[in-house]
Structures are given as C-alpha cells and as structure tokens.
Design a protein around this ligand. Structure first.
Ligand SMILES: [Zn+2]
Length: 340
C-alpha cells in the first residue's frame, strides 16, 4: 500500500496529472515507485545521517585533543623528574645540618661537664650550637620549598594523567558511536535493494508500456520528452549530474513516424527488417525502439552526442544505474531502463 501512496508523490513530481496518466500500466507504476523510494531517503535515514555528521565533527575534535593532552602529560612527567632532582640536594643538606646541630649540642654537653670548668670552651661550644641551629633552620626552609615544589609537580602530573585518560576515553566513545551509527545508516539504506527490484521488472515495464502506450503518458524533463514512469528518476539523474558539473541533455521520445524517417536518414538497408547495426548510425526497427515509448534517451552534453571518452559518459557509467538507467554498449549515447 505504501508503494501506491508513494506513487502519487512520484507522479506529481514527474508532471501534472492528466486523465491519460491513468493508462500507465501497473508494472510501470511499480517501477516508478521503487525508484522514487530508492532515490528518496526516509526521514529516519536523513535524521540519522545528520546525527552521524555531527558525531563525526565531535570525534575529530576529540581526536585533536588527545595529542594535546599527551604533550601536557609528558611535560608534567618531565617537571616531576626535575622536581625530584631539585629536591634531593636541599634534603641532603638539611639532614647534614641536623647532624651538625646534634654534634654541636653533644660538644656543648661535654664542655659544660668539663672539670675544672672552662668558661671560654663552654661559650665557644654554645656559639657553635647557635650557629648550627641557624644553619639547620635555613636548610629546613630550603628543603621545605623544594618539597612543596615537588608536591605541586606531582599533583599537576596526576591531573595530567587523569585528563589524558579522559580524552582517550572520550575519543573511544565517539568512535564507537560513529561506528554504531554507520552500521545503522547502512542498514537503513534500502536504495540498492529497491533499484534492484525495479531493474528486475524493467523488461516487464517495456512490454506493459508497449501494450498501452499513449503520447499523453509522456512528459518533459528539461525539455526532453520521456515516459511519466521514468520522469522522476530521470530528472534526478540530470540534476545530480549537473551538481557534479556535468550538464546533460538529449532526445527521448520519438514517434514511430520519426523512427521510420530516421531509418531512411541513417541509411538503413530497409525500414522494417534490417538490423539496427546495419544502418550508418544504429537505428532500431520501427516499433521496437524504446524511444517510441519514451523509455530511452539519446544523451548529449554540450550539444554533442556522448562518446565513450566523454565526461558525460564517464559520469553516467558511474551513476546512471542509481536512477535505473542502463547503457546500450554499442551506442554510448543511448540509455534506457533495460539497456535495450
Ligand atoms: Zn537511442
């Protein structure tokens, strides 16, 4: 049922509805609907694609942050190493100063207990204790300063480690989110299946259209007359090519009368039986050409018929299948829904 609902959209886009469009056979309507869906992503797909794009931006920013955090981490580690070295000297000198103070105190005790008393020796020993105490106090301050600097460097290093870990975790989280949504997006993309379904019916479409064909079932796309059922896909193909810098034009539908004329113009040995390849320019037998149904288009670019080495052909060779168009290998310019 969704297919029928969407068909209304596809045919509206293809051109104004007319009573004659009711003649478009079911097979052609189905082809048109499948291609419409193939070329029109669902809301869910569009939303997820948008989300994924923003997640990729976040991931890129996070990826840039990790090396910055690594550099900060390394600098902090270097600062700790330096602070450890800078701390060793003052620590040793402070220990020596304390030993010296303890020795001076011992010498003062000995001098005090000396009998007979030697006042000069006691005074000298006491002065030595005062001097050693002053030195020890100064060394203690130096050691405390170095120890504080080491502590600060260690705290900075711990923070840098935490920040580095955080940045790595954030990047991993982003990578997983992107991978998950890439998979989800791929699963939501049914365009290839839909166009494969359409391609599988293209021969039936030709047969069905040939049985009921009316000129009123054709419409123009950028001045090219084609069957309504292929108009949406064909219009998209032309606009997407243009967006890639490849401007395509050409001729689609032609009457049987014109086909007969072309058989003469193109020097076919006869009108009704000689194979297309026997003409100067390959020209199908009247009644067999898909041009007579608007289901084939001879493509030109820049006013020139496409050749295999043209930019237009290269673009179509890569992209036309997405719009349901196939090339007839013997004619680089001829594209149709069956390749015939
Ligand atoms: Zn052709």
């Amino acid at each position: 049922m969704a297919i029928i609902a969407a068909l209304a959209v596809a045919l509206t886009v293809a051109g104004p509805p007319s009573p004659a469009s009711a003649k478009v056979p079911t097979a052609a309507k189905r082809w048109s609907s499948l291609m419409y869906h193939s070329l029109t992503p669902t809301k869910e797909y569009v939303a997820l694609r948008k989300k994924l794009a923003s997640q990729r931006i976040t991931m890129a920013k996070r990826a840039e942050r990790v090396p910055v955090r690594e550099a900060e981490h390394e600098a902090a580690q270097t600062a700790v190493t330096k602070a450890v070295t800078a701390d060793a000297g003052p620590r040793t000198r402070y220990a020596l100063a304390r030993e010296e103070l303890a020795s001076a105190r011992n010498r003062l005790t000995v001098a005090t207990q000396l009998r007979p008393k030697n006042a000069a020796a006691v005074t000298a020993a006491r002065n030595a204790v005062t001097a050693a105490a002053e030195t020890a106090s100064a060394r203690r301050k130096e050691a405390a300063t170095a120890a504080a600097a080491l502590k600060t460097a260690q705290a900075t290093a711990r923070t840098a480690t935490v920040e580095l870990d955080k940045s790595i975790t954030a990047l991993e989280t982003s990578k997983k989110a992107v991978q998950t949504n890439q998979r989800r997006l791929k699963a939501l993309d049914k365009s290839a299946e839909l166009r494969a379904d359409a391609a599988a019916t293209s021969r039936d479409v030709v047969t069905a259209v040939r049985g009921k064909f009316a000129v009123a079932d054709t419409t123009t796309v950028n001045g090219i007359r084609v069957h309504r059922s292929v108009a949406f896909a064909f219009r998209r193909m032309l606009s997407d090519a243009k967006a890639d810098g490849v401007v395509l034009s050409g001729g689609g539908f032609r009457t049987k009368k014109r086909q007969i004329e072309l058989r003469k113009i193109n020097g076919c040995p006869d009108i009704w039986t000689a194979p297309a390849s026997s003409c100067r320019v390959p020209t199908a037998i009247p009644g067999r050409s898909l041009h007579e149904l608007g289901l084939a288009i001879d493509i030109t670019s820049g006013g020139r018929t496409l050749t295999r080495d043209s930019a237009g052909f290269a673009w179509l060779d890569e992209h036309a299948h997405k719009y349901g168009f196939v090339n007839l290998p013997s004619e680089a310019w001829h594209w149709s829904i069956t390749g015939g």
